[in-house]
Design a protein around this ligand. Structure first.
Ligand code: 13P
Length: 251
């Protein structure tokens, strides 16, 4: 049985006071939640403050990115060791905004995934197709490419620390959520791919979140599907009530 996992991706939002207040509000609201894993992923500059608020609570903290080198002359980059040092548990990798706006490719994302795992951070690896890809009937081809490329060289043991997040790009920040059936079709495809690549046990144990315009009112229908194990939430993770609505509706 896979335990639901709800993570908030705050993206490039908020100020420090707002980030701390939101983390405090969530820690308080989540203190009796024992049946769902919850994580929040603030911008780098607020990570330390948010980690301090969440330390010893049942709200875990993740970064929104990391770099694949240990240290050195990589201006503007943040290492896995730095994130571990301040108490982060997770790292979102391969988000569509990094793939499509910043230009990250599967090869780079794969290096980051491997480095995160080697350093003890748990990747939340995002995959998802553009609208034109879906319209061209090529969704599964792109998803397969992203999985093969981003998870290259990983072992079945590595997969115990990896969460996948299916985020159709056309559903991110648009209010246009995938229907539970549309999402489930891709999630089932991903689980089949996992079975072929890593075996049935890994496939059954790996959590696959859905992301893209998730809110309290649509979370239940999505998470009720067999292969949807939680949500990666953008906009609706920026307010305690909206995020808690999603968490409570998937219990
Ligand atoms: P929205 O929930 O704002 O659509 O964002 C989804 C997302 O990109 C989470 O990583």
């Amino acid at each position: 049985m896979r335990r639901p996992f709800i993570a908030g991706n705050w993206k490039m939002n908020m100020d420090k006071a707002g980030a701390v207040a939101l983390a405090q509000g969530l820690v308080e609201a989540c203190k009796d939640i024992a049946d769902v894993d919850v994580a929040i992923c603030p911008p780098f500059v607020y990570l330390d403050a948010v980690c301090q608020v969440c330390k010893g609570t049942n709200v875990a903290v993740g970064a929104e990115n990391c770099y694949f080198e240990d240290n050195g002359a990589f201006t503007g980059e943040i290492s896995v060791a730095m994130l571990k040092d301040i108490g982060a548990t997770y790292v979102i990798l391969g988000h569509s905004e990094r793939r499509n706006i910043i230009g990250e490719c599967n090869e780079l994302i794969n290096k980051k995934v491997k480095k995160a795992l080697a350093g003890g951070l748990k990747p939340i690896l995002c995959i998802g197709e553009l609208l034109e890809t879906r319209k061209a009937g090529k969704t599964m081809d792109v998803i397969k490419d992203q999985l093969e490329g981003s998870l290259a060289d990983l072992t079945a043991e590595d997969m115990a620390n990896v969460t996948l997040a299916y985020e159709p790009v056309w559903a991110i920040g648009t209010g246009e959520v995938a229907t539970p059936e549309q999402a489930e079709e891709v999630h089932a495809f991903v689980r089949d791919w996992l079975t072929n690549r890593f075996g049935a046990e890994v496939a059954q144990n790996t959590r696959i979140q859905y992301g893209g315009s998730v809110k309290a009112s649509n979370a239940q229908g999505l998470i009720g599907k067999e292969d949807i194990d939680g949500a990666l939430v953008g906009g609706a993770s920026l307010k305690v009530d909206a995020f808690m609505g999603i968490i409570n509706n998937c219990r």
